[in-house]
Design a protein. Structure first.
Length: 453
């Protein structure tokens, strides 16, 4: 079991399935290798990279939209692309507001009574189309292969990929495998995650995906020479299936979460998190436990999976096309004639008023990226995660060069606000379990009075 808890900076870094598959898929000229005994793994450029150039783009290995954000944005459950249509997105948001007891703007009620085609159900179904929304085409909504309503997709390919990766063990739909799952147990687990910490959804993806890979290895005759008994083969298969996460920095979740400012009893806070993780794991085991792989369902391992997200995760953000749509409709230089603009305003203004100030809310979530997680920290980073407007329209991580990067130079990101004072940066990095020794920190620590600024 403890092998799963160790961050392996040696051969596993070089052979990690997740990292190597990403490098091969995106075609980047990078190398993941040992940076130092203290830093562990690191990402290094094999060729020169110019400032502002894309270093790599990487889809999430696992990830999920935040529970609270689901009402704001209808996106693909795998790649987080906005789906349906502009009308469907707006209807989704307004119907969610209505279900939460939030009233719609009076002008929209008047519009619905006067123009039946503008009813929300018509917008959702596509019977009614908003003017000029064809300028922002979105992929058609595709439903889950198992028939659940928890996930939707932008394509058959994304639906099939998510199903194969982990969702077929997490699906409560009528077409899922009844011999392996209990719909009620799955719902209880998901409800608990929604109410407590939605990162448990991602932890379940890790467990389910690892389980499926181990099962596939065994079904294909995986049998290392040193593994004689069936239990030894099972353990070897589990270790191999765990490889995409072997290089990720790990710590127990309840030990690495930053203590909130308003918490006075740190020990009690961490104890509560430990108990919360235990409750989540017990709910997960109700429908997913496999006696061949007991280590995967140990609380220490589950806690380290949650710790991976705390220490390595990158927030998902995808800008909403709804914001672009309303800007077109209400901009003076949007390219519409005066007559077109009057007609458009008549229809879209009530919608905009009902949506309120957050009309352009994007997709927000958390994810684990195999290659990005190998990038070490620097308070003077040469790279950063950045979403390019109208180019990066899904949940992939896009890493850009902040300055020229030479061949052999390590690609570093900042985990914190690198512009904060030295001691503030030091305190923030303590939650990650290390002290930064980058040139900036060394220089500021040595400068009289500067480190305390």
């Amino acid at each position: 079991m403890y092998i799963l808890l160790i961050t392996n900076h040696g051969t596993i870094v070089r052979s990690s399935l997740g990292v190597l598959q990403v490098i091969d898929r995106v075609g980047v000229d990078l190398e993941v290798r040992l940076a130092s005994k203290i830093k562990g793994k690191g990402v290094f450029a094999r060729k020169a990279i110019a400032e502002d150039n894309v270093i790599f783009e990487e889809p999430a290995l696992v990830g999920a939209q935040h529970t609270a954000n689901r009402a704001d944005a209808l996106v693909c459950s795998r790649c987080f692309t906005f789906i349906g249509s502009i009308g469907m997105q707006i209807a989704h948001r307004l119907l969610s507001m209505r279900s939460e007891g939030l009233g719609l703007h009076p002008s929209f009620a008047c519009l619905c009574s006067a123009t039946l085609s503008m009813d929300l159900s018509c917008l959702w179904s596509g019977v009614a189309e908003l003017p000029h929304s064809d300028r922002y085409p979105l992929p058609k909504l595709v439903t889950c292969l198992g028939g659940c309503t928890d996930t939707v997709y932008c394509s058959e390919e994304c639906a099939a990929a998510n199903w194969a990766a982990h969702h077929r063990l997490l699906c409560s739909g009528p077409r899922s495998q009844p011999s392996r799952i209990s719909a009620d147990a799955i719902r209880r687990f998901k409800e608990h995650a929604d109410e407590t910490n939605d990162a448990f959804h991602i932890a379940a993806q890790v467990v389910a995906g690892t389980l499926l890979r181990a099962e596939e290895l065994l079904s294909n005759g995986f049998a290392p020479e040193a593994a004689g008994s069936s239990s030894e083969r099972n353990w070897a298969a589990l270790q191999r299936a765990w490889r995409p996460y072997a290089a990720a920095w790990k710590a127990h979740w309840w030990e690495c979460v930053a203590i909130p400012d308003d918490v006075t009893d740190a020990a009690c806070f961490r104890s509560d998190l430990h108990e919360l993780a235990g409750d989540s794991l017990e709910l997960l085991k109700e429908f997913l436990y496999d006696e061949r792989f007991p280590a995967l369902f140990h609380l220490d391992v589950y806690g380290s999976i949650m710790g991976i997200f705390e220490l390595n995760n990158l927030g998902i953000y995808v800008a909403s096309p709804v914001e672009d749509y309303f800007e077109l409709c209400h901009a003076e230089d949007g390219g519409l004639s005066e007559e077109e603009q009057k007609l458009t305003h008549l229809i879209t203004r009530p919608l905009l008023d009902s949506l309120g100030e957050s009309y352009g809310a994007g997709c927000e979530g958390s994810a684990f990226y195999a290659l990005q997680s190998c990038c070490n920290h620097s308070c003077a980073p040469n790279a950063h995660a950045f979403k390019r407007a109208h180019i990066d329209t899904d949940g992939s991580a896009t890493i850009l060069a902040r300055k020229p990067i030479a061949p052999g130079e390590e690609v570093c990101l900042s985990y914190i606000d690198e512009d904060a004072p030295y001691h503030d940066r030091r305190a923030a990095l303590a939650d990650y379990g290390f002290t930064c020794e980058c040139d900036k920190c060394v220089s500021e620590a040595a400068a009289p009075g500067k480190a305390t600024a």
